[in-house]
Ligand binder design. Structure first.
Ligand SMILES: Nc1ncnc2c1ncn2[C@@H]1O[C@H](COP(=O)(O)OP(=O)(O)OP(=O)(O)O)[C@@H](O)[C@H]1O
Length: 606
């Protein structure tokens, strides 16, 4: 992103965003910072007065004692007031940051909800998400800190510049010039840090992944069994130090440049002190004015350095935050825009058939050249029970995700009762059980109720869904029934077996009583043969009145389907009933023949 883009993002996105998070508190903060900013000038004035009063006192003027003590009293008062304001500002900033952080995280979560599912399949997305969630939001908030410090320093500096200009205008100009090298150096460093972060994101993510492999429960068994720790530790260490060394090198060059800018500012202060000293030497200045001038030069120099550092801090953080802005600007999920085509297909098919109408479906994963699905077309009538079969990698799960509207096909269409399937925004009419179903580390009730969130508290519906898969038996053995926390991640959680988790996932799909279309992707892979046979036996009854699509490698379980779709290399190569496909002696018959030794006459595992 160029400078203009960064500035635009800062002014029109980041600042309004933070402002809207806590406008009243921010306004109060600004007032406090302005008052605080005037404090150095007041202190310098009081010091000058005190030194002059002390000088007169030392010359024997005893009447100056009371005014001098009064000045000390004022100094103490200002110190205490400044302290109080600082504490108040600190507390305000804590709350402002909490509010802004909440708003930012909320925006990120909302964005994830609105994004197309396909983003979640891409590594670029994860790189960006990592940058957004780890520290970028915090960086957006540090713009606040920098902004207030700049504001404060500018006010302080302005008041001091007036004092300096009254002495000699060259001093004011000289102080202002100090800003240039410091700002440029810090800005350059900020740009370099940003580029480094972008370049290191994939390897930082890998470092975290390798660490997770070594510490998570899921990977521990294989890590131990295959004695993988030394190998993974080696890889992790190598990557860790590669990143760390690059960072250290950048910081080292930053220190050199920072040293240069510090030396430059020190040289200026020394020069200014000599000038003030020489002028004082001629006898035209009182000691009080001399001390005040030296203090003014030093404080003004510090303010200038602070402004430079914080301006470049704002720039650097705005640069980093531009990633967050880009993330929030990713296009939202939209219904298929090929309106004319949709309209035509919709009118044509609604009049004739209804159900699920798939036409010329083509889908290729991002960054892949080989299509996962090519020209797939079929029609499923309402209420039909359909099976999709095929070898590993044939495209079954991809097809399921297209049918669910999770993937947007590059070609063709998926219409459910005449409407684009992705238009089912509230997800009421469609349900699914995925191959890699979720195991929510939440209560059993939530694990089932998430199938239809609007009915989460309907205990009768919950019980019916649980009975269908035998989860009611599982709930009886749990200490708090449906309210028991599941999983091992949190204290008190009860872990289930894989098969039990799968039954819960099945119950989740049955919980959605309004679902008209249900897609099951390998729904029984973790079930024991008895549970699987029982489920298949009751399957027709369980999906009664719904259109169901089952993806399965166990062809015996597909025999009773009304329609079997056979996929091969992303193409629909055959479709028909079991008897028709056997008679055809094609792909399905070959696959069935290879498995038939495992089945008895009824297609049940022998
Ligand atoms: N997220 C993804 N990104 C890129 N390519 C993918 C992704 N998921 C699957 N593929 C590719 O798409 C093709 C079809 O995969 P898919 O998972 O749909 O097959 P499948 O028939 O369900 O296989 P299986 O029976 O093993 O589950 C495969 O070549 C696979 O490598």
């Amino acid at each position: 992103m160029n400078h203009k883009g960064v500035l635009r993002g800062l002014l029109f996105e980041i600042v309004p965003f933070i402002w809207k998070s806590a406008p009243v508190r921010l306004a109060v903060m600004m007032v406090i910072r302005i008052v605080e900013a005037l404090q150095p000038a007041v202190q310098i004035y009081l010091t000058k007065r005190l030194v002059e009063q002390a000088a007169l006192l030392f010359q024997g003027n005893k009447e100056m004692l009371l005014p001098a003590l009064t000045t000390i009293g004022w100094q103490a008062l200002f110190f205490l007031a400044a302290l109080g304001l600082r504490s108040l500002a600190h507390m305000l900033l804590v709350v402002i940051k909490q509010k802004a952080q909440f708003r930012m995280d909320r925006e990120i979560a909302d964005k994830c909800a609105r994004l197309d599912y396909i983003y979640f399949e891409q590594s670029e997305y994860y790189d960006r998400l990592q940058r957004v969630t780890q520290g970028l939001a915090y960086r957006g908030l540090s713009v606040l800190d920098h902004f207030f410090l700049v504001l404060q320093s500018i006010i302080t500096l302005t008041s001091l510049l007036f004092v300096l200009a009254g002495f000699h205008w060259m001093l004011s100009v000289g102080v202002l010039c100090l800003i240039i090298p410091s700002f440029l150096i810090n800005m350059k460093l900020g740009q370099k840090r940003y580029k480094q972060m972008i370049a290191q994101t994939p390897s930082s993510r890998k470092v975290q992944y390798l660490m997770r492999l070594m510490t998570s429960r899921e990977s521990a068994k294989e890590m131990k069994l295959f004695k993988l720790y030394p190998y993974i530790i080696g890889q992790w260490g190598e990557l860790y130090w590669k990143n760390a060394k690059e960072k250290a090198a950048l910081e080292k060059s930053g220190q050199w440049l920072g040293g240069f800018s510090e030396t430059f500012s020190y040289a200026f202060t020394a020069l200014a002190t000599v000038v003030v000293l020489l002028i004082s030497y001629t006898g035209s200045l009182t000691i009080g004015v001399f001390v005040a001038m030296i203090q003014t030069v030093t404080t003004a120099k510090d303010s200038v350095m602070l402004i430079a550092a914080n301006l470049s801090g704002i720039y650097e953080n705005a640069l980093f935050t531009s990633e967050l802005i880009q993330f929030l600007h990713l296009p939202d999920k939209k219904p298929d825009e090929r309106v004319e085509l949709q309209k035509f297909l919709s009118e044509f098919h609604e009049a004739t058939k209804g159900g699920l109408e798939v036409t010329g479906l083509c889908f290729t994963y991002p960054n892949h050249s080989v299509p996962a699905l090519t020209d797939v077309g079929f029609h499923i009538k309402p209420g039909q029970r359909v099976a999709i079969v095929g070898h590993n990698g044939a495209g079954k799960s991809t097809l399921a995700k297209c049918l669910l509207g999770l993937y947007r096909p590059q070609g063709g269409s998926v219409l459910w009762n005449g409407k684009d399937i992705s238009a089912d925004e509230d997800g009421k009419s469609i349900s699914a059980v995925f191959q890699d179903f979720m195991q929510y580390q939440l209560t059993l009730k939530e694990n089932i109720g998430f199938g239809q969130i609007s009915a989460l508290d309907d205990s009768e519906q919950l019980n019916i869904a649980a009975v269908k898969t035998g989860v009611d038996f599982i709930s009886h053995s749990l200490p708090h029934g449906y309210e028991t926390l599941l999983g091992h991640e949190y204290e008190g959680g009860k872990e289930l077996s894989q098969g039990q988790w799968q039954k819960v996932a099945l119950s989740r799909s049955f919980f959605n009583v309004d679902a008209e279309l249900v897609i099951y992707d390998e729904p029984t892979s973790a079930l024991d043969p008895i549970a699987e046979a029982a489920l298949f036996e009751r399957f027709s009854e369980l999906v009664e009145g719904k259109t169901s699509i089952m993806i399965s490698h166990r062809l015996g379980s597909c025999r009773n389907a009304d329609l079997i779709l056979v996929l091969k290399d992303g193409r629909l190569v055959e479709q028909g009933t079991h008897a028709q496909l056997i008679q055809r002696q094609g792909e399905y018959a070959r696959m069935y023949g290879a498995q038939s030794q495992w089945y008895d006459m009824n297609g049940v595992i022998a």
